[in-house]
Design a protein around this ligand. Structure first.
Ligand code: SAM
Length: 283
């Protein structure tokens, strides 16, 4: 019925009508449970009328929940058949809603129509979840908060802190932009088709990056090198970056970091101080 969220029957009916055969390559698992959609929307903590960007609206499950909450939504969908249908789905279920769809690969989108979004809310395509998240944080500085559903293991990695087994490149890069918190678990049973893994919500609150004379690219290059071989000490892992083990050792000491540590012990501000020792560092 118009106004309601999409349930299993509607998801199947819409997919059938469009001839959509969900593909793994595009991470197409559609939520068919209104309760889950409302939980996601509540967890997003949107302000009334907030401008939201959604990545991968699919058949519209989450989109309708966002619109029901009064958000103004711009959605980016790579699948042309889905992008072509979504406005009609919105028109039927939420006729007065403020909604725009952009048919494009989210990784390629450099601008969005309308007001700049202050929130990103999405059930992300799993295979590109981390790059899409980091790309949007970088490209759209208007974003103040993010609530995304990702596979549970990726949620753990994004929200991990130094010293944790799951701490790595995604954790440090996310921490450059935001305070990251793992939120609710979501069962695989709320999706059609059902994925092989459970999911979880991750909430990010934007804040200023660490104060540093190094650029974000320089800091991220140090992070990538530090974790490229997890078991190596920073001295060994960064020897290529700084030209030699001796140079790496000097740079690490100048940054106030023990060269015998591994990258998994450092926080983003430590990586920034190391990046300041790069010969080409700004300032
Ligand atoms: N939001 C819907 C829901 O919750 O039911 C669908 C979520 S599904 C996990 C991911 C969606 O992202 C699919 O609709 C897929 O076609 C789309 N997608 C995959 N890769 C994309 C990309 N690079 N850019 C934009 N959308 C993409």
């Amino acid at each position: 019925s118009p106004g309601a969220l999409l349930g299993p029957a509607e998801i199947r009916e819409l997919a059938g009508r469009l001839g959509v055969r969900p593909t793994k390559t595009l991470g197409q698992n559609f939520v068919h449970d209104g309760g889950t959609v409302r939980k996601i929307v509540r967890a997003a903590g949107l302000r009334p009328g907030e401008r939201v960007v959604e990545i991968g609206p699919g058949l519209g499950s989450l989109t309708l929940g966002l619109l029901e909450a009064g958000a103004s939504v711009v959605a980016v969908e790579i699948d042309r058949a889905l992008a072509g249908q979504i406005s009609e789905t919105v028109r039927v279920h939420a006729p007065d809603a403020d909604f725009t769809v952009v048919a494009a690969d989210a990784l390629e989108v450099t601008e969005l129509p309308g007001e700049p979004p202050t929130a990103l809310v999405a059930n992300l395509p799993y295979n590109v979840a981390v790059p899409v998240l980091l790309t949007f944080l970088q490209r759209f500085p208007s974003l103040e908060r993010v609530l995304v559903m990702v596979q549970a293991e990726v949620a753990d990695r994004l929200a991990a802190g130094p010293g944790s087994r799951t701490y790595g490149v995604p954790s440090v890069k996310a921490a450059w932009y935001a305070d990251t918190r793992r939120s609710l678990n979501v069962s695989r049973h709320v999706f059609w088709p059902e994925p092989n893994v459970d999911s979880a919500l991750v909430a990010l609150e934007k804040r200023e990056p660490p104060v540093t004379t190094a650029t974000r690219e320089q800091v991220f290059a140090v992070v990538d090198a530090a974790f490229a071989q997890r078991r190596k000490t920073l001295r060994a892992a960064l020897s290529g970056t700084f030209g030699s083990g001796v140079a790496a050792e000097e740079a690490l000491r100048a940054a106030g970091v023990d060269p015998g540590l591994r990258g998994e012990r450092l926080e983003v501000a430590d990586f920034a101080r190391i990046a300041e020792q790069l010969p080409v560092a700004a300032g």
